[in-house]
Ligand binder design. Structure first.
Ligand code: UDP
Length: 386
């Protein structure tokens, strides 16, 4: 049965959680709609995909752009949160379900759910650990979930476990790994970026790449350090500081100069053609220094038919089997990353095996269609009992 869902996301930017929401929102269109608390490229992207979008601008105090740490949710934000919740409750009239996709969206949606008497389903895409979120934020989130939220859909076992450790009610949680439109990603990767190497002045030099927003815990600095041990190896740094982390972006450029890597590190900024860019590199790297909720880029690397090296923590452990579908290295350890890169670059048979098994893993374990079937089942069970 068609359900009318009001999806809610705090961000105007295109992070991994936002890209995952696009496919879900498309599936539930045209009956559903996405509310954003901030305008930006995410709105354009959703509309281009045919999804209806409404921007309810958050009050200034709430508009703090950081996702991790939950900045902007102090006591001073309470009047603004309440006002926004009232507007969201009005927007939710005529919908069966409110489905927040981020933490601030959860807080506002939980209140709106009470006001509008609508069930709330939260897409949990964060690791609610002390590394990422302060204690008051973790407490606020689990309290709201335990009291108000009907279902928590965690994008990995790692995010589900952190939620329960933070005090969240296990019975409300279902683990549903993100599903990717594997056919579309394979096609996009197949297009490649024909002149990329030439435009960077490269011919046969080995090239590795990180495809993540620039943020300290995404660990681009670990790659820079590893490059100091890998003479002749070039690196693409694809991504930008999306959530107020410009100081880190500057720090990366400073380290690049300090360690004499200017000729080998190529900052490309935010790109909309990540799968195609991945085809230009010899190895796709995931360098997060803290547990990743899931790690879309790992799956995208597999679907681009590239060997992937990921850090052994969080959701990455649910995707990659070390030595088979990719290589795993300890988070934050540049020498281990350098050794793994060298291993893949030097051993063509290993690289081919990782590519073949990685591709199969992404296609068989993370397809969009099967994820949507399970999600539909969860939604039906919630709406039916309300
Ligand atoms: N991405 C992008 N352009 C960039 C850098 C990253 O479109 O310049 C995409 C990337 O392809 C992936 C997502 O952003 O789909 C990042 O998702 P991930 O789960 O890896 O990390 P998150 O940003 O959600 O923490």
């Amino acid at each position: 049965m068609t359900r009318r869902i009001l999806f809610v996301d705090q961000s105007g930017q295109l992070g991994g959680g936002e890209l995952s929401l696009v496919d879900v929102a498309v599936h539930f269109s045209p009956e559903s709609e996405v509310v954003l608390f901030e305008d930006g490229p995410f709105r354009t992207h959703l509309e281009a995909a045919g999804v209806r979008v409404q921007v309810l601008e958050a009050p200034r105090g709430l508009r703090n752009v950081r996702r991790e740490g939950g900045g902007g949710l102090g006591l001073g934000a309470v009047p603004g949160v309440l006002a926004l919740a009232r507007r969201l409750a009005r927007a939710a009239r005529g919908y069966d379900l409110i489905a927040p996709n981020t933490q601030k969206a959860l807080v506002v949606s939980a209140l709106a759910g009470v006001l509008a008497r609508k069930p709330v389903l939260w897409f949990l895409r964060d690791i609610l650990s002390p590394e990422h979120f302060s204690r008051p934020i973790r407490q606020l989130v689990v309290t709201l979930c335990n009291k108000v939220v009907t279902r928590v859909i965690a994008n990995s076992r790692a995010s589900a476990e952190a939620f329960v450790l933070a005090g969240g009610n296990l019975r409300r949680v279902r683990v549903l790994h993100d599903g990717l439109d594997t056919a579309a990603l394979l096609r996009q990767a197949g297009e490649g970026v024909p002149d990329l190497r030439a435009s960077l002045g490269l011919t046969t030099e080995p090239l590795v790449g990180v495809f993540s927003r620039l943020s300290p815990w995404k660990g681009q600095h670990v790659l820079l350090r590893a490059l100091t041990e890998l003479p002749g190896v070039h690196a693409l740094l694809v991504g930008d500081a999306l959530f107020g982390e410009e100081a880190y972006a500057q720090e990366l450029r400073r380290l690049t100069r300090e360690w004499g890597l200017e000729d080998r590190v190529h900052f490309l900024g935010f790109r909309g053609d990540v799968p195609a860019l991945m085809r230009s590199v010899d190895v796709v790297l995931h360098t997060s220094t803290a547990a990743e909720p899931l790690g879309r880029v790992i799956l995208e690397g597999m679907l681009a038919r590239r060997p992937v090296i990921a850090t052994a923590a969080g959701g990455a452990l649910e995707i990659v089997r070390d030595g088979e579908s990719g290589l795993l290295v300890p988070p934050g350890e540049a020498p281990a990353l350098a050794a793994a890169i060298r291993r893949v670059l030097d051993d063509r048979a290993l690289a081919e095996r990782l590519v073949a098994r990685g591709l199969r893993r992404a296609q068989e374990g993370f397809g969009l269609a099967s994820m949507l079937v399970r999600l539909q089942g969860e939604i039906d069970s919630i709406v039916a009992v309300e």
